[in-house]
Design a protein around this ligand. Structure first.
Ligand SMILES: N[C@@H](CCC(=O)N[C@@H](CS)C(=O)NCC(=O)O)C(=O)O
Length: 321
């Protein structure tokens, strides 16, 4: 099995994280190679790889001499490609064949953005929502629930955007997740990956349901009743929970640029969908004065080249639907 070699530039972490990640992910992750640690890193890497020749090696920092040092002095059997800050796949393994089942105005946008961040090649099979805003029945040929996104990769059919993101990050872009040794951010990342769909999105959906009840096409004499039900649901349950959730999110990016630390992670990609939706659809109470950090965060991510490329990509896809 060929070894996976990636190099990135970065400036954090210590050699201590090596062994843990090595055993956990079947790949050795080391960030960075501080020059002072370099010889220790070299010997430890040699030792680990000689015991486990099938394991991969991921390097998150690249002093200029790294490539020569590794390739010529120690690992002449493997090729090391240098990559910049952006993740570019540098691997001796075959490129994965990826198809994304994509639906208009959906969470599938998360996956397009991540794949652009990762520099992956992929095909989009696009579907338009029906007049009732549902996914067309065709999606059920890929999964019985027929929801987007669905990712078909390496013979797997993956559903649930958090799982898809975790799969892609683990396999092609571990720099989009804090290192395990950085336990505060690592567990924040994992928490938010579950939290977004498990805790936040149900309230977004309930807000939509409340609106549907309020606007239900019922006879005029029933309307006061449906209006009252919608009001009670909204004031008593949905709104207080939405406000608490967005207050919580605001507090997370008050003093740091991204949700799980100083770097963009999969958690930011998960949260972009409800945060953009809040700005566009939740109405007056969600505004820049109340949520300045969330507004600033969204501006920040929108400036990322991969985010822009993902938007251009779906604009093109939508134009051909
Ligand atoms: N928790 C799932 C939610 C999937 C989901 O509900 N997707 C929506 C699009 S955002 C969908 O397919 N809706 C169409 C429908 O329900 O008919 C995930 O994160 O992937």
């Amino acid at each position: 099995m060929p070894r996976l070699i990636q190099t990135f530039t970065s400036t954090t972490y210590k050699l201590g994280s090596c062994a843990r990640n090595f055993h956990g992910n079947r790949s050795l992750i080391y960030r960075p190679i501080l020059c002072s640690h370099f010889s220790l890193f070299e010997s430890k890497t040699k030792q680990l790889l000689s015991k486990n020749p099938a394991f991969g090696l991921t390097i998150y920092s690249s002093p200029p001499n790294l490539k020569d040092s590794f390739q010529n002095r120690h690992f002449s059997d493997i090729s090391i490609k240098m990559a910049g800050q952006q993740s570019a796949m540098a691997t001796t393994e075959a490129k994965p064949k990826i198809k994304l089942i994509w639906l208009t105005d959906s969470r599938a946008q998360r996956i397009v953005w991540l794949m652009e961040e990762l520099g992956l090649e992929y095909e989009i099979e696009a579907y338009k929502r029906t007049s009732e805003k549902k996914a067309p029945e065709d999606l059920k040929k890929y999964h019985p629930l027929g929801k987007a996104p669905i990712l078909i990769i390496d013979g797997h059919t993956l559903v649930e955007s958090a799982l898809i993101i975790e799969y892609l990050v683990d396999k092609y872009g571990p720099q989009y997740k804090p290192a395990e040794s950085d336990s505060k951010n690592f567990y924040q990342y994992r928490h938010l990956m579950h939290y977004t769909e498990g805790s936040l999105m149900p309230f977004m959906l309930l807000a939509l349901v409340t609106l549907m009840i309020r606007n239900a096409p019922v006879p005029f004499f029933i309307r006061p009743i449906t209006g009252r039900i919608a009001d009670q649901l909204s004031k008593g349950f949905v709104m207080p929970n939405l406000v608490a959730n967005y207050d919580f999110l605001e507090s997370l990016v008050k003093d740091q640029p991204y949700f799980a630390g100083n770097e963009l992670s999969g958690a930011d990609i998960m949260l972009a969908y409800p945060i953009e939706n809040a700005q566009e659809r939740l109405g007056g109470w969600y505004n820049k004065e109340k949520y300045p950090s969330l507004y600033a965060w969204l501006e920040r991510v929108k400036e990322r080249p991969a985010y822009k490329r993902a938007n251009d990509k779906v604009t093109e896809v939508e134009a051909n639907l």
